[in-house]
Design a binder for this molecule. Structure first.
Ligand code: SPV
Ligand code: MN
Length: 626
């Protein structure tokens, strides 16, 4: 470290802080910290190592600061975000690009030079009077090819505390990697806080991602999706980095599906928000590796995946004792949990939309003091908790945790699944014809219908390829091409499936029970090992009735009828053709670098559908295709 940096850091970090930092031999890291300590100008700086005493300091700081308050149950705390800071700010989240570089119409970008000036203006002295926490983490398991070190600077003890629960400690990893560490850098400030300790200057809320220097700046916000640097902020940096190095960062869960004779087969799955992603990762009798983000690498001809995280920042709405017994239990056990934007009762208990039991008549929530019937400025009733209210919990606290979570080699991926909220097109489960068909016709064609829980009109289909659209930092076409190329050189290519838990009949009734998804995963597991055959349709390969009947009986003790099978697995030609038109239009008009193979695959699927339509009509039950 040069003398100037050294003197400055000694002065601002104190002897103890400086000595901790000096254990990491990385001049670039020291300079980065010095630069932002000077720029953001906090009153104090705390260097947090992996030492439990340091971690405790941060946890307690969140309570001292008032960003979290203790609840009745030991270890549980509540955090509130500003009433208008309850979700990712897509409008102000920009990938910074040099002049002349175009990521296409679906990715929001900002001019790098201009935005860097703006964000540095916003962040000048932004931490005045506050404490800055310097945290070191590792994305993916430590000591692994997957390990991606990240340094987080934040003046929010809530953010720094959340990261403890969600990520693997990385100070020692920084020490290990020394000057070779190619770390991601995050600078976050919640900005000025109001009397409820929530970010006040939301007009200056910004999330700017600078790919060139691997830095993300986040200001004037606290909501986790905007601030927890290792989650969606690092994800954009990782997508860019992986694209240059031949590995993938996917918005995917990772789960162990338990097959016959103790066999465990790992499946990854991408689902847009509110489409059953966490409930899939939490399926009973299976095991969870991760519920949100995965890194995928090729090793010895196989695809291997790790969970980038080790905790869950889960949506709490709808969690109840019957449908989610494991999460229910974990949420009622005394250990570290941060609840955010739920209702806190006068007894310091919590309540949320869809929880068992009656809604308490009053308490406080993201809107302040709350009582039943309270309305917002627009006259809409304020629910007891925000629909995007969350809980932050370590996976170690779940009974169904898979032992492979921390395996530095990751798990072998047997299949990848794509699923959205789709009332009328896709069948409940279907295997793609091959990798290319799966990537293009399943992943890159993923759409999901909006729900009442999201802003805007419900039931509108939103295009969201691989459920990764919000996080892409490279052009959509290159991203698809990377996914296609990923299969090159594999000895064993993972299968690709689509699922749809939300298919309805013409009267608008759901065609499946919530628990049916357990059967689809068992069936996929059997397909991966070639233990069952499948029926080829114009859109892919679907299960045979007799296999599902057996698995329904085994898994759910349910008599699965031929009638249900036909309704659920009927190929809906007009809806599938309409989908092809929608997707083709998006790739023609909104993506500037669509690979030709995308159009070819869409066209081939159209031809298969038309041929089948000529032979069998618009709605084809599987018995006609055997
Ligand atoms: C998601 O919305 O996909 C999440 C929550 O996992 S957030 O951290 O906001 O991205
Ligand atoms: Mn997510």
């Amino acid at each position: 470290m040069d003398e100037k940096t050294k003197d400055f850091l000694k002065q601002r970090l104190g002897e103890q802080g400086y000595n901790k930092l000096a254990r990491i031999n990385n001049p670039g890291l020291h300079q980065f910290i010095a630069k932002y300590v000077e720029h953001c100008n906090p009153a104090k700086v705390f260097i947090c190592t992996d030492d439990p005493a340091d971690i405790r300091y941060v946890r307690e700081a969140a309570i001292r600061n008032g960003e979290e308050s203790p609840l009745a149950t030991e270890g549980h705390t509540i955090h509130f975000d500003n009433y208008h800071d309850q979700a990712r700010d897509k409008e102000h989240t920009l990938i910074l690009m040099p002049k002349g570089v175009d990521l296409g119409a679906t990715i929001k970008t900002g001019d790098r030079d201009t935005c860097l000036v703006e964000i540095h203006e916003i962040m000048k002295d932004i931490m005045k009077g506050k404490e800055l926490y310097v945290r070191f983490f590792c994305l993916g398991p430590t000591n692994s090819e997957f390990s991606q070190p990240v340094i987080q600077l934040t003046d929010s003890a809530y953010v720094a505390h959340s990261e403890d629960i969600l990520y693997r400690l990385g100070f020692d990893e920084f020490v290990r990697q020394g000057p070779n560490a190619r770390f991601f850098k995050i600078v976050h400030s919640a900005g000025e806080l109001d009397e409820r300790k929530t970010s006040k200057n939301l007009d200056k809320r910004r999330v700017y991602i600078d790919l060139q220097d691997s830095i993300v700046y986040s200001a004037n916000t606290q909501y986790g999706g905007n601030t927890i640097g290792l989650k969606k902020l690092s994800m954009r940096l990782a997508i860019d980095r992986g694209s240059k190095e031949g590995w993938l960062t996917e918005h995917m869960l990772v789960m162990g599906v338990h097959g016959p004779k103790g066999r465990v087969t790992y499946i990854t799955g991408a689902f847009p928000s509110l489409c059953g992603k966490t409930s899939t990762a939490m399926l009973d009798n299976e095991t969870i590796v991760g519920d949100d983000i995965a890194y995928l690498r090729k090793k010895d001809g196989e695809v291997r995946a790790v969970n980038v995280e080790k905790g869950m920042f889960g949506i709490i709405m709808g969690i109840n004792s019957e449908d989610d017994p494991i999460q229910w239990k974990a949420l009622h056990t005394p250990h570290e949990i941060i609840f955010s934007n739920v209702l806190v009762t006068p007894e310091k208990g919590v309540h949320w939309i869809g929880k068992d039991g009656d809604v308490p008549p009053k308490g406080h929530n993201h809107s302040g003091e709350w009582y039943k019937g309270k309305k917002d400025d627009a006259g809409n009733e304020i629910p007891p908790s925000h629909p995007n209210a969350r809980f932050t919990l370590s996976l170690e606290n779940l009974e169904n945790l898979d032992a492979a979570l921390h395996d530095p080699k990751g798990v072998v991926v047997g299949a990848m699944v794509y699923g959205g909220r789709d009332s009328d097109t896709w069948v409940p489960v279907e295997e793609s014809l091959d990798w290319k068909h799966g990537i293009i016709i399943k992943g890159a064609s993923l759409e999901s219908e909006t729900t009442a829980a999201t802003l805007g009109k419900a039931g509108v289909r939103k295009f969201n390829l691989m459920s990764n659209l919000d996080f892409l930092s490279i052009p959509v076409g290159s991203y698809i091409q990377n996914n296609l190329d990923f299969a090159k050189g594999l000895k064993k290519t993972p299968l690709i499936f689509s699922v749809n838990y939300f298919l309805k009949d013409k009267d608008g009734e759901f065609l499946n029970a919530k628990t049916d998804k357990k059967v689809w995963y068992k069936w996929m597991e059997l397909r991966i090992h070639d233990d069952v055959d499948a029926i080829e349709t114009p859109t892919g390969r679907i299960p045979r009735y007799e296999d599902l009947k057996r698995v329904f009986k085994e898994v759910l003790d349910k008599e699965y009828s031929m009638d249900d099978y036909k309704k659920q697995f009927m190929v809906r030609i007009p809806e599938n053709l309409a989908k092809i038109d929608r997707i083709k239009k998006i790739y023609e008009t909104q993506v500037h670098d669509t690979p030709q193979v995308v159009f070819d695959a869409l066209e081939a699927q159209r031809q298969r559908l038309i041929t089948a339509q000529k032979k069998h009509g618009d709605y084809i039950t599987p018995d006609k295709l055997v």
